[in-house]
Design a protein around this ligand. Structure first.
Ligand SMILES: Cc1cc2nc3c(=O)[nH]c(=O)nc-3n(C[C@H](O)[C@H](O)[C@H](O)COP(=O)(O)OP(=O)(O)OC[C@H]3O[C@@H](n4cnc5c(N)ncnc54)[C@H](O)[C@@H]3O)c2cc1C
Length: 380
């Protein structure tokens, strides 16, 4: 899309809206971001902050790597916490070891830089892994740990100062049409393009288009420990064998079927709540823990203590942190497009619906937005 000099409105100041605002402004557009709240309060401030290229399917892995570069560029420009600590999938069952070995064989040809670690290597490099628990680990050096609350707060100031992006906080957009939008205050403002990055709000703008789309909302429960004592560091971000059934990269491994079948038989409660476990460390030293997945009509308003207990049971089996005191519990909701990496539709000339990033918005938003503006994402 030609951007130079064009007036572009972005609705929503989550990571998707900010990524599109950044890429539009880099291309020379005059950008205004409209956010209904006083600051972004959606999925983009409720996540792990895992920029996770290793989890993306092979076709999207280069886009994730490009996003990673852009995160590091942003960190250099703003000083935000973005640590390229890498990731380790830590497993304790033979069928899970088989999946890691298969992926370590296939992965490098597909562009994934990863290697198998023996239990002694896992224990030496990952202080948070329970001694004697790991049968193997898959190390990938490319994952980056960002602090979502900090990043989403700092990025608007960077866009304003560096790229003259205008932010309109507390300004719900109530209508978008060809060449204009209307705010809740009754203003009718003219724009050449309107990008609606409204996350899981599929009801306020273009509800009929969203209702006909394949999008599904998904709710995740999360926990955070108190800051760990004496500057204790997690090192690489951690995932467990349960995670193998969650990220699309492992789907290339025929051995994955046995893991899925065994978990469904042994621990149906984990499948029922879509539980797999991961851990990252925030800037203040707390460990961010999760997560579960409830979809569509199964989403309950209230969080379930049972889900937190199951996550902690699985986390404690493999991981051991100096202080497990839970300081915060919350949930987040994202919109997922089961048919692709994101959902893009143009309901009217110049009006674009952009959402559906699922559990990979922090990983993919910058790369996908850059590809879209460059017009090279037709293949996605
Ligand atoms: C618990 C959890 C953990 C996750 N972990 C990770 C992870 O580690 N790595 C990763 O890559 N991804 C992760 N994700 C996924 C990622 O957070 C999402 O894909 C991403 O944040 C979606 O961004 P968004 O901008 O589309 O939506 P949101 O962040 O929800 O932003 C949408 C914004 O639009 C605004 N808005 C909506 N309608 C209007 C309107 N009419 N007018 C004005 N403003 C409006 C809302 O107020 C909101 O601020 C996780 C998600 C969750 C929930």
């Amino acid at each position: 899309m030609k951007q130079s000099g064009r007036r572009i409105a972005v609705v929503g100041a989550g990571i998707s809206g900010l990524a599109h605002a950044w890429m539009a402004a880099r291309g020379g557009a005059r950008v205004t971001v409209f956010e209904r709240s006083d600051k972004a309060r959606g999925a983009s401030v409720r996540n792990f902050g895992m920029v996770w290229p290793v989890g993306q399917p092979a076709g999207l892995h280069p886009v994730a790597l490009r996003s990673r570069e852009l995160w590091l560029e942003l960190a250099a420009a703003t000083g935000i916490h973005a640590q390229p600590v890498g990731s380790v999938h830590v497993v304790d069952r033979d069928d899970e070891v088989a999946v890691l070995e298969e992926f370590a064989r296939i992965g490098p040809e597909l562009g994934y830089g990863c290697e198998m670690w023996l239990p002694a290597q896992v224990e030496a490099r990952c202080r948070g892994v329970r001694r004697g628990a790991a049968k193997a680990g898959l190390y990938s050096p490319r994952e980056v740990n960002v602090d979502p609350r900090e990043a989403i707060a700092v990025l608007p100031a960077f866009l304003r100062e560096r790229h003259a992006v205008v932010f309109r906080w507390r300004t719900p957009v109530v209508e978008a049409g060809e060449g204009y939008l209307r705010t809740s205050a009754g203003e009718r403002l003219a724009f050449d393009e309107i990008l609606i990055c409204s996350g899981h709000d599929l009801e306020s703008l273009f509800p009929e288009e969203f209702a006909a789309a394949p999008l599904k909302p998904c709710k995740l429960q999360m926990l955070r420990t108190v800051p760990q004592p004496k500057g204790w560091e997690l090192g690489p971000m951690l995932a467990s064998g349960l995670t193998l059934r969650h990220y699309a990269n492992f789907e290339v491994c025929p051995s994955l079927a046995a893991v899925k079948e065994r978990i469904a038989r042994e621990s149906p409660e984990l499948d029922r709540h879509g539980i797999h476990v991961m851990a990252s460390q925030d800037r203040g030293g707390g460990i961010v823990l999760g997560d579960s997945h409830e979809y569509g009509d199964d989403i309950e308003i209230f969080d379930k203590a049972e889900i937190d207990d199951l996550m902690l049971r699985e986390l404690r089996r493999l991981f051991d942190f100096p202080d497990w005191t839970i300081a915060e519990r919350w949930h987040g909701i994202y919109a997922k497009n089961p048919e692709g990496a994101e959902f893009r539709q143009q309901p009217l000339p110049g009006v674009h619906l952009l959402t559906g990033l699922g559990g990979s918005g922090m990983t993919m938003s910058f790369g996908l937005a850059e590809r879209w503006f460059s017009g090279s994402d037709a293949a996605l």
